[in-house]
Structures are given as C-alpha cells and as structure tokens.
Design a protein around this ligand. Structure first.
Ligand code: URA
Length: 234
C-alpha cells in the first residue's frame, strides 16, 4: 500500500495532507523519515509514526451505534441525515448491516467487512433480531401463540415463527425476536394483529447486545470478544 493511502485509511489525514506531512518530516516508516508520500509500505508489518505516535492500521472497522430517531440507515441521502453523519470521517468507509426505519432506535452494527455483513443478513442464517416494542394497545396473550405460529402480513407473506414476550407490569411493552428482516416487518406483524407500534428499539442482533451505556446517537467500536462471538455464530 502507498504511504499516503495508508494515512487516509487510518483517518490521519487526506492524501495532500500526507504529502505535507512528508515534506515536514513528520512521518517515519520503521524508524526512518519518510521521503515520499507515494512510497510503498507493507501495511501489515510496517511501523508508521506521525509525530512519533504509532498509527494503527486495521482493514476493517466494526462499530456499534445506538441509532437515534430521525436519521436513516444509509451511507448517503439527498435530503436526510444518515447514520454516517454521526461518525467521525475516519469511519466513513463502513456501511450499516441491514436497516432500521427512520423512527426506529437502538442497535445498529456498521462495518466494511462485507463477509460478516453478508453472513448476518443472509436469510438462510436465521440470525435473531430482538426488539423492544411499545404498542398502542395492550398486547393479548393469544398474540404469543399467533407470533409463534407465523403471522401473515398484508401482502400474504407468512413470517417465520417469532418469539413474543409480554412485559409483566405493562402489556403495552413487549419483546419480539424475529429471524428475518422484511420491510417494516415488526410494525406490519403487529398491524396484522390489529395493534400499532408506537416505539421500536432494537436490543440485539445475533450475539451482539446493545450497550445500554451508549446514549442514542453514541457509538463505540466492538470489543474483541464481541467480534469473535459474532463471527463464530454467523
Ligand atoms: N421492523 C420494523 O418495522 N422496523 C424496523 O426498523 C425494524 C424492524
């Protein structure tokens, strides 16, 4: 990889800034002052320092975002703010793994690891997605069996069996685990039962659980163990 591309990849600056860093002798490669911005380096083994600080290179970023309402799960949009607008530029190579509606909040994984993204989204893999759902009306206990049998949506599609748990204290609040990701699926499943979703929050995707210390709009990188478990089970 070229040194200037490396600088861009780790988010340390643009290619023209990399050129200026070289000119100002701020960059070293394996302890030697870098002479050219387009010099070739081995990004896996070379020790690159900017002002004496080692720059870490990783091929992939894995980000957990607590998505707030009002932003869309895309990398660009002509009119709306996207989830990428919530991340620093250095992470703008990632894309959301699946979509949450504009008004849905909660767990959204973003990565540039296409293989992991593909595995988590593949319909064949039946990855669990668990949602906390607030409903307009009390949820009936019969809904538990109906969800387990497979709800028929407005277009005739019959959903895979889903697990519904009704909160003991409040029958407006339920937890639904589904293994698919059809358009507006959770909202349409409750609409098919004559109810309406008023608030939707994703809590879990596969083994990945939303970090409740993250406020809406906040993000953090996945820990090594979260990533290992996610890869293992996907
Ligand atoms: N189901 C929905 O209806 N909306 C979402 O954002 C996610 C699942």
């Amino acid at each position: 990889m070229r040194l200037d591309k490396f600088i861009v990849a780790v988010g340390a600056g643009s290619r023209s800034q990399a050129k200026a860093m070289v000119k100002a002798k701020r960059l070293t490669v394996n302890g030697q002052i870098a002479k050219k911005a387009d010099m070739k380096i081995d990004e896996e083994t070379a020790v690159i320092c900017l002002d004496g600080q080692v720059l870490d290179y990783s091929e992939f970023d894995y980000i957990m975002l607590n998505k707030p309402a009002g932003v869309i799960s895309a990398t660009e949009d002509a009119k709306d703010r996207t989830v990428l607008d919530l991340l620093p530029k250095r992470y703008h190579r990632v894309a959301p793994v699946g979509r949450l509606d504009k008004d849905t909040v909660g767990l959204l994984l973003l990565t540039n690891d296409g293989q992991l993204s593909h595995n988590l989204l593949s319909p064949k893999k039946h990855v669990d997605k668990c949602y906390q759902v607030t409903l307009e009306k009390n949820c009936s206990t019969e809904a538990v069996a109906q969800m387990a049998e497979g709800i028929e949506l407005d277009d005739g599609y019959v959903c895979l069996p889903a697990k519904l748990e009704i909160s003991e204290k409040n029958a407006h609040l339920v937890y639904l685990t589904i293994q698919e990701g059809k358009f507006h699926q959770v909202k349409r499943m409750f609409a098919a039962l004559g109810n309406r979703v008023t608030h939707l929050k994703r809590l879990r995707m596969g083994s990945l659980i939303l970090d409740e210390d993250l406020s809406e709009g906040d993000f953090r990188l996945l820990t090594a163990s979260e990533l290992a478990t996610l890869k293992e089970h996907s």
